[in-house]
Design a protein around this ligand. Structure first.
Ligand code: GTR
Length: 351
């Protein structure tokens, strides 16, 4: 009996041990499975979807501003490890300058590179930065833009949910036409000259005795060809890249104004990014501006040579001859910057 009891006891212990061992194995297996599940989840880490932002520019793909935009996009993508991608739409694909500015303000487009001329519609203080013959030379111009005055103007559009990130170069603007070589303001008399949609630019053309026709940049070429206008005014690279030089062969280097160009961002688009990425975007824009200014100088030379080779008549002016133009346009300061003479003084005092 005792033997039987012992045998039953041993069998029971064996059975219990078996089940205990079996359950330990299955637990272990479960753990192992859980672990291997984790591993497989980690291994298949889904790449974080990049934030894709859109940038507009009205120039051709090989134009120095678009090259600057693309350099900016490249820096941003590299420095955010691909978290932020900027797609650059050149050639006015997203609209003309006034339209794209409105779209950036509304958050439909994230960035735009523009001439500040149309920004005067938002705040007339921008006229100050594009007054005729304001800057001594290119180096003083960028001292102003990269200093406190320029910083103030980058923020002037904050009220429209936008901010300027940096300043691009666009050289100086000059008259060109299809009728005759221009040496004096008198030579411009009666010519129909296209201008940007800006009161100051209209005033400027009137002041030198010509007749201003405001028009979108993209419409100028055919207007020149059909004779709707006799001429326009711009820098060498624009004269070249738009082929205006084919329809208006007389170009005068009168350098009547420098109109700064700005890269603008919609503030909500910027705030979508982490603080770190926002900082990267801001820094990349400033760095891209430096690069753009190099692209610019190279292109001015290239275009100038191309225009001369094409047989265009390029007229230079002596300091004396330029003064005749300056005397005609200086009265515009009172009308367009009368309320902001303190800023004009700061600019003139910048060395
Ligand atoms: C160019 C400028 C463009 C546009 C154009 C114009 O110099 O880069 O953005 O403003 O002038 O005259 O409309």
């Amino acid at each position: 009996m005792e033997n039987l009891m012992k045998r039953v006891q041993r069998v029971l212990i064996g059975v219990i041990a078996f089940f205990a061992a079996a359950s330990m194995v299955s637990c272990g297996k479960e753990k192992a499975e859980t672990k291997s599940d984790n591993v497989s989840v980690n291994d298949a880490v889904e790449p974080v979807k990049p934030v894709v932002l859109r940038m507009a520019d009205n120039h051709a793909e090989d134009y120095p501003t678009v090259m600057g935009d693309k350099y900016f996009a490249k820096l941003v993508e590299e420095r955010t490890d691909g978290r932020v991608k900027i797609e650059v739409y050149h050639g006015g694909q997203l609209g003309d300058e006034p339209t794209t500015i409105e779209q950036v303000s509304a958050g439909v487009i994230d960035f735009v590179r523009v001439s500040i001329s149309p920004l005067t519609q938002i705040n007339d203080k921008y006229n100050v930065l594009m007054l005729p013959y304001l800057y001594k030379d290119r180096s003083q111009y960028f001292k102003v833009l990269d200093g406190p005055v320029g910083d103030e103007f980058l923020k002037l559009i904050n009220s429209r949910n936008m901010e300027g990130l940096c300043w691009f170069d666009s050289g100086s603007r000059n008259f060109y036409n299809s009728k005759r070589a221009v040496k004096t303001p008198d030579d411009l008399k009666g010519l129909k000259i296209r201008v940007q949609k800006s009161e100051l630019m209209m005033g400027l053309v009137e002041a030198v005795g010509a007749s201003p026709t405001p028009m979108s940049f993209g419409e100028v070429y055919s207007a020149l060809q059909t004779g709707v206008i006799d001429g326009a005014e711009n820098n060498f690279p624009s004269y070249d890249s738009t082929s205006h030089y084919e329809a208006a062969k007389y170009f005068t280097i009168d350098e009547h104004t420098r109109v700064p160009e700005m890269v603008i961002v919609n503030l909500d688009s910027l705030k979508k990014l982490s603080e770190k990425d926002q900082k990267t975007v801001r820094e990349a824009a400033k760095e891209a501006a430096k690069k753009q200014r190099e692209y610019w100088l190279a292109r001015v030379e290239q275009s100038r040579r191309k225009m001369a080779d094409a047989g265009n008549i390029i007229t230079g002016l002596s300091a004396e001859e330029k003064k005749a133009f300056q005397d005609k346009v200086y009265p515009l300061y009172k009308k367009f910057a009368g309320n902001y003479m303190n800023v004009v003084d700061k600019i003139l005092a910048t060395r």
